[in-house]
Write a new protein. Structure first.
Length: 255
């Protein structure tokens, strides 16, 4: 596991300790605990929405079906410090779907490698970031070399000013915040949705799609696991989009 990811997990655990200490102090003080926190304490369980599809190393599934990875571990640690059990709600296949689960109050929180954003903030509340990262843009090296030769361009954003803009497809994980970002930054490029990062990166590697946008930590993890990918796929150093990771909270639970 990379040093960056370990540092991010350490920050996340620090946030859990801080959140739990606030909750526990509230439980010990008078007057009574905030109603939204008391509801969880009374139930003895905190319901945590988690993406049904794996997103290694943050969200994975053990052979017995139990959730694994840094996000489930974070949720378990929070539940332990609150003194309650954790119940994972894995009914949504997409990140947007996870937000919807919390918005419908089918879960108390979501710990699911979620970015915030104005659209999602219309439906749920978000914690302060516990992982700081940027969305990274990856592209097929050979395809970009052809574009540079044919159109005399030197940077990726310049593709939008060429006839090739409508031909170079850009991939994104379905239901992620990057759909909106790509529509804004590459409005003429066809958008292609994928279910998993492995599928998307394979498409970029083989040239089935020109490029893709996703969270930097997961891209770094995949590239380290598959070093040969760097022969075919490059990460653009300039295109970075903030996508800090946060906990989503029920809209009626501000505390």
């Amino acid at each position: 596991m990379s040093t960056t990811l370990l540092r991010a997990i350490a920050i996340a655990l620090g946030l859990v300790v801080g959140l739990a200490s606030v909750f526990q102090q509230a439980a010990a003080d008078e007057p009574a605990v905030f109603a939204d926190i008391q509801r969880i304490l009374d139930a003895g369980t905190i319901r945590v929405a988690l993406r049904a599809r794996d997103a290694a190393p943050m969200i994975m599934t053990e052979a017995d079906g139990a959730p694994a990875g840094s996000e489930p571990d974070l949720a378990r640690d929070l539940a332990k410090k609150l003194g309650v059990a954790v119940a994972f709600v894995r009914t949504a296949d997409t990140y947007d779907g996870v937000v919807d689960v919390v918005a419908r109050k089918e879960a108390d929180i979501a710990v699911s490698y979620l970015s915030g954003g104005m659209e999602r903030a219309r439906y749920v509340l978000f914690s302060r970031p516990y992982i700081q990262q940027s969305g990274r843009f990856v592209y097929n090296r050979a395809w970009f070399a052809e574009l540079k030769r044919d159109y005399g361009i030197e940077e990726l954003r310049a593709i939008e000013g060429t006839p090739a803009a409508t031909e170079v497809s850009v991939g994104v994980i379905a239901g992620s915040v990057y759909e909106t970002n790509l529509a804004r930054d590459f409005p003429h490029s066809p958008l292609r949705e994928f279910d998993t990062l492995d599928e998307m990166m394979a498409a970029v590697r083989t040239g089935e799609t020109f490029a893709a946008l996703h969270g930097g930590l997961q891209i770094d993890y995949l590239m380290r696991r598959n070093p040969a990918t760097a022969i075919y796929v490059a990460v653009d150093p300039d295109i970075r989009q903030s996508s800090d990771i946060r906990i989503a909270v029920r809209p009626d639970a501000p505390n």
